[in-house]
Design a protein around this ligand. Structure first.
Ligand SMILES: NC(=O)c1ccc[n+]([C@@H]2O[C@H](COP(=O)([O-])OP(=O)(O)OC[C@H]3O[C@@H](n4cnc5c(N)ncnc54)[C@H](O)[C@@H]3O)[C@@H](O)[C@H]2O)c1
Length: 329
C-alpha cells in the first residue's frame, strides 16, 4: 500500500474540467438524495492576520469517495506573495480508512467552485442567456467562466473589479481564449445588463444593488463563504428565488448569513438546496421573469468528488509520488 502525493502541477496536468463538472453534478444529486455525509465546515479564525482555516470532511457513498480538505482564506495574502486560498485534500479508503492520496487542493477548489456555479446556472438561468457579468475578477472568476462555458453558449462578458488591471487582464483572457465580446468598461453599471451575474469578491458590504437587477437575471453569489461576508443588497434576496448549496453552511457563512442575522429574510425564503433540484425533487427556474440567486459556500462533497476523479486518473496514468506514509506496506 502507498499514499499517492499529487502536487499542484500534477493536478493541473491531469484534472479535466469536463470530468470534474460531471462528478460535481453527480455529487449534488447524491446530496439531494441524502446519500452523502458532510458535517458543516469547522473554522479557526486569525483576525490578527485577516485569515481563517477550515476543515471540510465528506463521504459520498455512491462514489465510494471520502476524505477531508484543509483550506485557508487570507485576505491580505496578495501583498504577502501567496494566493488568497490554498488547500490540501486527503483522500481516504472508506473500507479501511487508509490514506489513498494527499494532494494539492488549491486548483481543485477553484475548479469545483466553478463547477457548482455552472450547475446552478444550468438549472436556474434562462436558457437563452448569452451575456455573463463578473464582479471580482480573481481566481474564482476564472473557473466560473471556464465551467459556465461548458453549459451555456455565452457570447458576451462585462466585468468590474476594484483592481482595474486585474479586470482588464481577465477580459483580455476571456476575449482571447474563449472569443467572448467584452461589453463596456470597468463599471458596475455594465454588469447589470447581463443575463447571468457572478460575484466573486471577499466583500463584507453589498456591492450589487437591487434597483439595477433586471427581471430574469440569474446571480451566482460565490464570494460570501464566511460569517459577515455579503455581496448582494438584501432586497435582491427578498425578491429572488433563493437556492443554497447547503442550508447549514449558507445560514452560517453564505450570502444569506447577514440578512438572516438581521431578520431581513428567514429560512422560509430559501426555496431549495441545489442538490434537491439536480435530483429532480424540486424544479429549477419556473418563470422567465424570476430573479434567481445561487448562494454558494462551497461543499466538502465537491472537493472529495473532484479529488476522487483526479486520484483515479493519477493511478491509471502513474502520475505523482507513492509513499507508505502510515507504514503498513
Ligand atoms: N463559494 C465557494 O465555494 C468559494 C470557493 C473559493 C473561494 N470563495 C470566496 O470567493 C472570494 C474570492 O476568492 P478568489 O480566490 O477569487 O480571490 P482573489 O483574491 O483571487 O479575487 C478576488 C477579486 O475581487 C476583487 N474585489 C475585492 N473587493 C471588491 C469589490 N468591492 N468590488 C469589486 N471587486 C472586488 C479583488 O480586486 C480581486 O480581483 C473570497 O471571498 C473567497 O473566500 C468562495
Amino acid at each position: 500500500m502507498a499514499t499517492r502525493i499529487l502536487t499542484r502541477r500534477d493536478i493541473e496536468r491531469i484534472a479535466d474540467p469536463d470530468e470534474i463538472l460531471q462528478a460535481v453534478e453527480e455529487t449534488f444529486r447524491a446530496h439531494g438524495l441524502q446519500q452523502t455525509q458532510m458535517p458543516p465546515k469547522s473554522y479557526l479564525f486569525y483576525p490578527r492576520y485577516h485569515g481563517d482555516l477550515r476543515t471540510m470532511p465528506a463521504y459520498i457513498e455512491p462514489m465510494g469517495a471520502t476524505g477531508v480538505k484543509i483550506v485557508n482564506v487570507h485576505l491580505q495574502n496578495k501583498a504577502r506573495g501567496f494566493p488568497t486560498v490554498m488547500a490540501v485534500i486527503v483522500l481516504n479508503d472508506p473500507t479501511t480508512g487508509y490514506p489513498l492520496a494527499i494532494m494539492d487542493g488549491t486548483w481543485l477548489t477553484a475548479l469545483r467552485t466553478g463547477a457548482a456555479g455552472a450547475i446552478a446556472t444550468k438549472y436556474l438561468a434562462r436558457p437563452e442567456s448569452r451575456r455573463i457579468g463578473f464582479i471580482g475578477c480573481g481566481v474564482q472568476a476564472e473557473t466560473q467562466l471556464l465551467m459556465t462555458l461548458r453549459v451555456f453558449r455565452l457570447q458576451e462578458l462585462a466585468a468590474f473589479d476594484v483592481d482595474e488591471p486585474r479586470r482588464n487582464a481577465f477580459c483580455a483572457m476571456a476575449a482571447e481564449r474563449y472569443g467572448l465580446r467584452i461589453v463596456g468598461s470597468n463599471r458596475l453599471q455594465d454588469v447589470y445588463t447581463c443575463d447571468i451575474i457572478t460575484t466573486t469578491t471577499p466583500s463584507t458590504e453589498p456591492i450589487l444593488q437591487n434597483e439595477g437587477v433586471r427581471p430574469g437575471t440569474h446571480i451566482n453569489a460565490i464570494g460570501a463563504d464566511a460569517p459577515g461576508k455579503e455581496e448582494l443588497d438584501p432586497a435582491i434576496l427578498q425578491r429572488a428565488l433563493i437556492v443554497v448549496d447547503s442550508w447549514e453552511q449558507a445560514v452560517h457563512s453564505g450570502e444569506i448569513n447577514v440578512p438572516i442575522d438581521q431578520g431581513l429574510i428567514t429560512r422560509e425564503d430559501v426555496y431549495a438546496e441545489l442538490g434537491e433540484i439536480v435530483a429532480g425533487l424540486k424544479p429549477g427556474r419556473t418563470r422567465p421573469d424570476q430573479v434567481t440567486v445561487f448562494d454558494s459556500t462551497g461543499l466538502a462533497i465537491q472537493d472529495i468528488a473532484s479529488a476522487y476523479v483526479v486520484w483515479t486518473k493519477a493511478r491509471t496514468q502513474a502520475v505523482g509520488l507513492e509513499i507508505d506514509i502510515v507504514g503498513v506496506g
